[in-house]
Design a protein around this ligand. Structure first.
Ligand code: UDP
Ligand code: CA
Length: 406
């Protein structure tokens, strides 16, 4: 394969151009086509010596909203948003490295929920944008990612960035990702019992950096924050019902509004006459999660890294600082949910969904996954200035498949 040969020629240059100081820097471009937005991550690596692994030097990150799935009926317009982000890479990567810099896009739950036909049309248009760019386009460079990879690759990213994948004493941490349309839980089981009690499709072996990790991971489609809003409203998979009003005790009493998600328009509002507040809202949300998720015993006492909407909602309610992140207990989300839901008038400048979102997060953690009230959550957006996203793990995986790292 000629592309592959090019990789080797340019990335193992030690014996060809030994004193070329710049030749040891290379790049990888990974797109995250999420349900609520599309993001580009341009990673820089430096190969300090031929016998060592390349080191991650930095990241350029940019994002646009909405996500590709909002362009389900205009795939060319969707691909245009990818092209604009890719133009950033033209500026960021030196021209002589363009043809050896791989570009890959992986789509998550937003595209998983579209019809096969619409999803493939979007991917095809994106593939054309890639082919027209000067970058290296590997096989399968544009695809819908399997949900189990989404969890594993985020776990790899977080544990790599926190230094847990190198050296002898590896104390890996579990990860919780709450997207718009799906949610992932991933950890490395410590107890033999966990392997015995877990359904086979929740366990995956994964090779990275010369180690094999047997991970517990699962992606719950339809359990992302925005999908959960629709489920709570009773509107999930209801696109046929035109103009119907969906009401919830989790919304401000007088609210009536419209909301677009995944190319569908929904009308929603508060319980004008009936109840509102945390108690009735919790019961509503409970119906969405109770008994729907696998609860591994082992996680009850352990702490997890949490990001995406866990992070965003904790920031919105001043539970953590946007720049710093922080450590929370599960019960902190519950306390905030009560505060917001029982005083909705006071929070009406924020999103009308704030009460529902916080209540859902509380129910998902406690009744869904089975975490304790005092389970610790490390909320993190960046580690050493690198985004805690599955995209870094995916880029390592890509470099590995291209023979650049092991
Ligand atoms: O690089 C990223 C990508 C996503 N998110 C967060 O992930 C959530 C949205 O999830 P997404 O659109 O990826 O939905 P999914 O397709 O994963 O369900 C929001 O909280 C975003 O702020 C983030 O913080 N950084
Ligand atoms: Ca995501």
């Amino acid at each position: 394969h000629s592309n592959r040969e090019m990789w080797f020629r340019d990335f193992f240059p030690a014996n060809m151009c030994p004193i070329n100081a710049k030749a040891d820097t290379f790049y990888g471009i990974m797109f995250d086509a999420g349900s609520t937005g599309t993001r580009i991550h341009i990673y820089t690596f430096v190969q300090k010596s031929p016998e060592n692994l390349p080191e991650l030097e930095g990241e350029i990150f940019e994002s646009v909203k909405p996500g590709l799935s909002a362009y389900a009926d205009q795939p060319e317009k969707g691909a245009e948003t990818v092209k604009r982000l890719l133009d950033m890479a033209i500026d960021a990567v030196p021209p002589h490295l363009w043809k050896t810099t791989p570009v890959v896009l992986k789509a998550t739950a937003g595209l998983r929920l579209l019809s096969e036909e619409k999803a493939q049309a979007l991917l095809l248009e994106v593939r054309e944008v890639f082919e027209e760019s000067p970058f290296l386009v590997p096989e399968d460079s544009v695809s819908i990612m399997d949900g189990s990879y989404e969890g594993i690759l985020a776990w790899i990213t977080v544990n790599f960035l926190t230094g847990q994948l190198s050296g002898q004493n590896q104390h890996t941490v579990g990860t919780l990702d709450l997207g718009g349309a799906s949610t992932q839980i991933t950890f490395l089981p410590r107890f033999e019992e966990t392997f015995k009690e877990t359904p086979g499709d929740f366990l995956t072996s994964f090779e990275m950096f010369n180690s094999t990790y047997k991970l517990y991971t699962h992606s719950y489609l339809g359990f992302g924050l925005k999908a959960a809003r629709l489920a709570t409203l009773g509107a999930l998979n209801m696109e046929a019902v035109d103009g119907q009003m969906f009401r919830s005790s989790c919304l401000p009493k007088q609210l009536e509004a419209e909301w677009h998600f995944g190319g569908v328009k929904y009308r929603y509002g508060g319980n004008k006459e009936g109840e509102t507040g945390f108690e009735p809202c919790y019961l509503e949300v409970l119906k969405v999660v109770k008994g729907k998720l696998h609860q591994p015993d082992e996680i009850r006492g352990s702490s997890f890294y949490a990001f995406s909407y866990y992070y965003d909602r904790a920031v919105d309610t001043n539970l953590i600082d946007y720049e710093q992140g922080g450590v929370l207990e599960v019960k902190d989300f519950e306390r905030k949910a009560k505060e917001v839901c029982d005083n909705m008038e006071r929070y009406n400048s924020a999103s009308p969904f704030l009460c529902m979102d916080l209540t859902y997060i509380t129910a998902l953690l406690k009744e869904g996954f089975g975490f304790r009230d005092n389970t610790l959550l490390q909320l993190t957006k960046k580690v050493n200035n690198i985004e805690t996203s599955w995209t870094l793990g995916a880029t390592f995986h890509l470099l590995q498949s291209l023979g650049l790292t092991y």
